[in-house]
Design a binder for this molecule. Structure first.
Ligand code: 48F
Length: 300
């Protein structure tokens, strides 16, 4: 007799269930599990979905969030490892934090690991943050830990969600608001597709008490302030020198302009510091450091 595997039986039952649910002929007797599944299908059959309600639900709730975050405590720009860490830790401390990310997905340079091998290396000093976000990691050599990029992005993002951080993806920051008091007080944003297509569409603004530039190698906010005459100098990043770049990053994580804290690779780019490649401990620690600086400034 031919043996039937678990998988084959599952699919045979599923096909039978679907066919019997739609067939007008009397089906053969159902097993208790199939009977229960069929009851569930019948129950959903009685619920009619309305397309307009679906659209209303999306537009109404998102508009509410947008209005709520028109004036936030902290705007973190860039959802890479440093921005995500800063946002999650600030949300945990009870601040209203919005994370603005120009791409569709959050995670920045973490997804790509090293040359598309989806692994990141984290050194001993940042092991505590891997543990805090419950990212599984294995030791490779003394002081070197390896983690999967998908898990790393997912777990820090989940921590940020749990901490109440609101995400505005596909939003591109194109300018900053600086008024007479010489303090950064908000961001000028537009839809990324508008930026990509070069359409002539005026942007909108989002107010914040403090902004974190976590835009990576481009150091977007710092460059904007520099370009428009704020007293900021972006020196541009140097060659690859992982040890030096990682050990100096915390000294470059600071408030570079009133209301603007810089972290992650952007901090090294502003300082003219070296780059480090796919070792990510410095990014996590810089995000943590930015969160402490912001929270001290806001509690002052
Ligand atoms: O580049 P990114 O991951 O920055 P990071 O947190 O980490 C750097 C590492 O990934 C890696 C490295 C370390 O080992 O060298 O490169 O410093 O994430 C920056 C995020 O900012 C977004 C961008 O899409 C990315 O997800 N971003 C850049 N410009 C804008 C922006 C903008 N104008 N508006 C909104 N988001």
């Amino acid at each position: 007799m031919q043996k039937t595997g678990k998988k084959t039986r599952y699919w045979r039952n599923k096909r039978y269930l679907c066919e019997s649910a739609t067939s007008s002929a009397l089906p053969p007797p159902l097993t208790p599990i199939l009977r229960e599944a069929r009851v569930q299908i019948m129950r959903y059959d009685t619920m009619e979905l309305d397309e307009i309600t679906i659209s209303r639900a999306i537009v109404a709730t998102q508009m509410e969030k947008l209005l709520e975050f028109k004036e936030m405590d902290v705007a973190v720009v860039g959802g890479g490892p440093s921005g995500l860490t800063a946002a999650a830790l600030l949300g945990d401390r009870g601040f209203r934090v919005g994370l603005i990310e120009k791409k569709l997905s959050i995670g920045g340079g973490m997804w790509g690991g090293g040359m598309m091998f989806p692994r990141i290396v984290v050194q001993e000093q940042a092991k505590g943050l891997l543990e805090r976000f419950e990212i599984s990691h294995s030791p490779y050599k003394e002081g070197y830990y390896v983690a999967g990029t998908v898990e790393a992005v997912s777990k820090i993002t989940a921590a940020a969600c749990d901490a109440g951080v609101e995400f505005f993806n596909l939003f591109s920051v194109e300018d900053v608001m600086i008024r007479g008091d010489g303090r950064l007080s908000g961001l000028v944003v537009n839809w990324t597709p508008v930026e990509m297509t070069g359409l002539h569409v005026d942007p909108l603004t989002m107010g914040c008490k403090i902004a974190v530039d976590a835009t990576g190698h481009d150091a977007v906010l710092a460059r904007l302030v520099e370009k428009k005459g704020g007293k900021v100098k972006v020196r541009g990043e140097g060659f690859m020198w992982a040890d030096r770049a990682e050990s100096e990053i915390l000294s470059h994580t600071r408030e570079i302009y009133p209301g603007l804290v810089i972290c992650g690779m952007a901090a090294n780019a502003v300082a003219g510091e070296y780059r480090m490649g796919p070792v990510f401990g410095g990014m996590f620690l810089s995000g943590e450091c930015a969160a402490s600086l912001v929270s001290t400034a806001l509690r002052r």
